[in-house]
Ligand binder design. Structure first.
Ligand SMILES: [Zn+2]
Length: 78
């Protein structure tokens, strides 16, 4: 799933600093701002609640919630 140029928001609808290319996205951890990488592809890190991406800075788990038709995605914390 391509998510390049999607609008990226946190669970509260606030903009998140991010850089997406293809199905890969780098964003600032919602807790400590450390860079986090996630992949919008089934079974890859951060793709859903069962495959979260852990922040290397603080250990916070994140996962993507992609709204393809609206060209936006949410980053949720577990
Ligand atoms: Zn963090």
């Amino acid at each position: 799933m391509k998510i390049t140029d999607f609008l990226v928001m946190d669970s509260n609808g606030n903009n998140v600093q991010a850089d997406a290319h293809g199905n890969i996205i780098a964003f600032a951890c919602c807790t400590c701002s450390h860079p986090v990488l996630a992949i919008a592809q089934v079974n890859q890190r951060g793709s859903d609640e069962a495959h979260p991406s852990a922040c290397k800075g603080c250990g916070q788990n994140h996962f993507l919630d992609v709204r393809n038709h609206a060209s936006k995605l949410y980053i949720h914390q577990l």
